[in-house]
Ligand binder design. Structure first.
Ligand code: AMP
Ligand code: TRP
Length: 331
């Protein structure tokens, strides 16, 4: 049987948090032995909203370092920067001539992100899902491990691939989303009604994977909860439900097991204190390894460059097949 190909991406926009970790990165790390793995720092996606060039450049390296520190193993996985492989932009154009405005108009992430843009909304923010589809389709990806928020984009990728194959012949493999049971949608600790995000203001919004034990403690202890005491999963009480979701993602417990574990707790304080300890210990190896790797940026750059070189022929082959199928090029 052909081996699975796992592809996923993350924006190198700094401040990787436990939503990214439990929703995506943890699965990338644990699945490495079972498939061909390609992980991408999607710097072209980051440009869909304003970025400072110097900061972006630094964050590409920082994000790569965090992923390696989290356990992405260059012997088992490719880790590269999107704009280093030109075929991503190239295939996006061909997909833009297959997809429709109506399809893109239905993307909820565009609606949310465009509303939060104070100035103009850039065209790239609208066509963002086509670039993401290109990322995935270039490598004949079978599985895409992501958090819940990306599901709609993967469905669009499948639709585009199907449309293309039906019109021009079989070129693309249809990918499946791989969404974790626990941790697929971690909410903000300062406001459990909004998704935890890298760009939200407020120092107590997110636990970042590189936070010190003291910062983790401050953020978790100040997490917004209601005035109840029962530690139960309850949609009417999003604060405690979110803390339990984080507990489950970190420990592997089911929601029922988590509720049973805290049945005799005296209140939310007990849950928060235990969560602080668990998060500090879960993230400790990552933080320590990150400190070591940060001292050696040339090794990290080398991994990024070698990965891009190794995968470019696969991307080239796919774009050439798409071009041939569409009838463009000098032949
Ligand atoms: P991004 O930070 O948008 O580049 O996201 C990188 C990965 O983290 C994607 O797979 C997202 O689905 C996942 N992710 C982002 N935010 C969250 C969250 N709050 N909960 C769970 N997964 C998330
Ligand atoms: N859109 C994803 C996010 O914001 C990042 C991403 C870009 C991605 N290309 C991808 C994820 C391809 C999976 C596969 O989180």
């Amino acid at each position: 049987m052909a081996r699975n190909v796992v592809f996923s991406g993350i924006q190198p926009t700094g401040g990787i948090h436990i939503g990214n970790y439990f929703g995506a990165i943890k699965q990338w790390v644990t699945g490495q032995d079972d498939a061909e793995n390609i992980f991408c720092l999607v710097d072209m996606h980051a440009l869909t909203v304003p970025q400072d060039p110097a900061a972006l450049r630094a964050q590409i390296l920082e994000t790569a370092t965090v992923l390696l520190a989290a356990g992405i193993d260059p012997a088992k996985s490719r880790l590269f920067v999107q704009s280093d492989v030109r075929e991503h932009g190239e295939l996006t154009w061909y997909l833009s001539c297959v997809g429709s405005m109506g399809q893109l108009n239905r993307m909820t992430q565009f609606k949310e992100k465009s509303e939060s843009q104070k100035g103009e909304v850039r065209v790239g923010l609208f066509t963002y899902p086509l670039l993401m589809a290109a990322d995935i389709l270039l490598y004949k990806t079978t599985h895409v491990p992501v958090g819940e928020d990306q599901k709609q984009h993967i469905e669009l990728t499948r639709d585009l691939a199907q449309r293309f194959n039906a019109t021009y012949g079989e070129v693309f493999v249809l990918p499946e989303p791989a969404i974790p049971k626990a941790g697929a949608r971690i909410m903000g600790l300062d406001d459990p009604t909004v998704k935890m995000s890298k760009s939200a203001p407020g120092s107590y919004h997110a636990v970042r994977v590189l936070d010190s034990p003291d910062q983790i403690k401050k953020t978790v202890m100040s997490a917004q909860t209601d005035s109840g005491r029962d530690i139960r999963v309850d949609p009417a009480r999003p604060g405690v439900t979110n803390l339990l979701a984080i507990y489950c993602a970190a420990t592997g417990a089911t929601p029922e097991e988590a509720e049973a574990h805290f049945a005799s707790a005296r209140g939310y304080g007990d849950l928060k204190k235990e969560l602080v300890e668990i998060l500090v210990e879960t993230l400790r190896p990552l933080r320590e390894r990150n400190a070591e790797l940060s001292a050696d940026p040339s090794t990290v750059r080398d991994i990024l460059r070698r990965s891009a070189e190794a995968i470019t022929p696969i991307a080239r082959e796919t774009v050439d097949a798409a071009k041939r199928a569409m009838g463009v090029g000098s032949g």
